[in-house]
Design a protein around this ligand. Structure first.
Ligand code: UD1
Ligand code: CA
Length: 481
């Protein structure tokens, strides 16, 4: 059956999330590079609803700001006081004019593992069975805290009873309310008017709508989720970590089935936005974040954190931290490199050990092998930058640019004091402080001349071990040894 676009999805995100013990509102906590509510919105978006409204309340300024940056198409409804899930849905419907014709899906903002596929299945069951309400349920190994699904002898759902309002017999039920529902919009609006607050929490329970609709003779159905882990609500940081682990495993499984080698899934962490090509290899202890892409045959890790970084085909990145870099095909990075935004390493280039780069365009085959800082620079092709070089880009007030040409050989321990240009094919001597442009093909030497003061040790440090060693060496040289 083809999926029908629901008239609206209402996401409940007004609650405080006290058990998170956090200055950050619960639904803004992140797993795998996306906020909890962001995950829910992504799943809801797969239904292509005509309206998507998030009910905000606690910390609403922060939540609204977040929503307008990650999901600007979403509308928000304010629930000033958290008087329960039923009240929250009423506030959501008010934002949509009070009554919505067609199917209304309600989800909680704290269930990040919920998939679009499960929501579609719920929506399809709901319309196929012609229900007034269909609740998504699951069999939980431990149902503590959840609302329980009560069924009659025929198996029909009769009510949902909150844990706090349940007796022992009902608490023994392991089928629970996921908090996700499909409703007929008109019947929902009617029923919400009748919801009372005479329960242990003094709140308007959305769950009471089921009983109300059933009493009025409407069809009430349930759709059982295939995997109970999908509907887990996050209430504390232990559950946050568990959900992160589950989502991470899901993402890695998908990558491995698509031809990526993940050497140690237990210590590899990826964001939902990370993409791979076939035969990419990820070594242990690696975190891939944001818009990171690992191309065909590239190997990353061990012990690397790459954020918004593109790794080209066949490139090798080892023990590296990178943020906003582009690494070319067959290039080599690390071990122990730090790539900062604006780093562009062309094909077959090398950024080696204890090298930091920022806003630097490094040409094909060019190497910066050891102990260097390269910032605000353009370097041509097949150039070698000597060990321990610094591109001195900051004069204390402004940043300046350094240009080094192609096929250059710069000496070790050079300082390139920007703005400065080294021409194609030029050499620089070790220990030089390059402050003036170097013409193509020249050798630049910019350091103090060496002066040897002979016999200094014998005169100034007589009888010392150094003096004795020097004396022995000179005897040997003159053949007296
Ligand atoms: C709710 C359900 C319970 C279900 C469980 C699933 C009710 C009465 N209970 O219980 O049957 O098993 O979810 O996780 O519906 N919220 C608001 N405004 C409010 C109250 C809550 O927006 O006034 C939002 C919260 O931010 C949260 C969601 O609704 O996203 C669920 O609220 P929560 O307090 O966590 O409900 P539970 O007690 O877990
Ligand atoms: Ca909850």
């Amino acid at each position: 059956m083809s999926a029908i676009r629901p008239a609206a999805v209402v996401v409940l995100a007004a609650g405080e999330g006290t058990r998170m013990k956090s200055a950050t509102p619960k639904v803004l906590h992140e797993i795998c590079g996306r906020s909890l509510v962001g995950h829910v919105l992504a799943a809801a978006g797969e239904l292509e609803p005509q309206n998507l409204v998030v009910v905000v309340g606690h910390a609403r300024k922060q939540v609204t700001e977040h929503l307008s940056s990650v999901a600007p198409h979403v509308r928000t409804a304010v629930q000033a006081e958290q008087n329960g899930t039923g009240h929250a849905v009423r506030m959501g419907l008010e934002e949509l004019g009070g009554v919505v014709d067609g199917t209304v899906i309600v989800v909680c903002g704290d269930t990040p593992l919920l998939t679009g596929a499960t929501l579609k299945a719920l929506s399809e069951t709901h319309s196929a069975d012609g229900n007034a309400v269909t609740v998504l349920t699951a069999e939980m190994p431990d149902a503590t805290g959840y609302g329980r699904i009560v069924r009659d002898e025929s198996g029909a759902v009769t009510a949902i009873v909150e844990h706090k309002d349940a007796d022992d017999a009902i608490r023994a039920i392991r089928e629970i309310n996921s908090g996700v529902f499909a409703f007929d919009g008109r019947l929902l609006a009617e029923a919400l008017k009748q919801v009372r607050t005479d329960n242990s929490q003094g709140e308007e329970y959305l769950t009471d709508v089921l009983g109300i609709l059933r009493e009025a003779g409407h069809r009430v159905g349930a759709s059982v989720a295939a995997d109970h882990r999908e509907i887990a609500g996050i209430n504390n940081r232990v559950q946050l970590a568990e959900a992160r682990r589950i989502l991470n495993d899901r993402l890695l499984t998908e990558a491995m089935l698509a031809g990526v080698t993940v050497v140690d899934p237990a210590t590899t962490w990826v964001d939902v936005t990370v993409t791979f090509e076939q035969d990419a290899v990820v070594h242990p202890g690696t975190q891939l974040q944001g818009a990171t892409h690992i191309a065909e045959g590239a190997e990353v890790g061990p012990n690397s954190r790459l954020n918004d970084t593109q790794v080209g085909p066949g490139a090798r990145v080892d023990n590296t931290v990178s943020n906003g870099a582009r690494i070319g095909a067959q290039a080599s990075v690390g071990p122990y490199a730090y790539l900062r935004p604006g780093t562009r390493l062309a094909a077959k280039g090398k950024i080696g050990t204890y090298v930091e780069t920022k806003n630097a365009s490094i040409g094909e085959g060019t190497k910066i092998p050891h102990l260097s800082y390269v910032g605000d620079a353009t370097i041509g092709e097949y150039t070698n930058i000597g060990a321990a070089s610094v591109f001195v880009n900051y004069d204390g007030q402004e940043k300046h640019h350094t240009t080094v040409g192609s096929h250059c050989r710069t000496g070790s321990d050079n300082m390139f004091v920007a703005p400065v240009t080294v021409g194609d094919g030029a050499y620089t001597a070790a220990g030089s402080v390059i402050t003036k442009d170097v013409p193509p093909g020249s050798l630049a030497v910019a350091r103090g001349q060496q002066r040897n003061i002979e016999g200094w040790v014998a005169r100034k440090r007589p009888g010392s071990a150094a003096a004795k060693a020097a004396e022995a060496a000179s005897r040997e040289e003159s053949g007296e040894g």
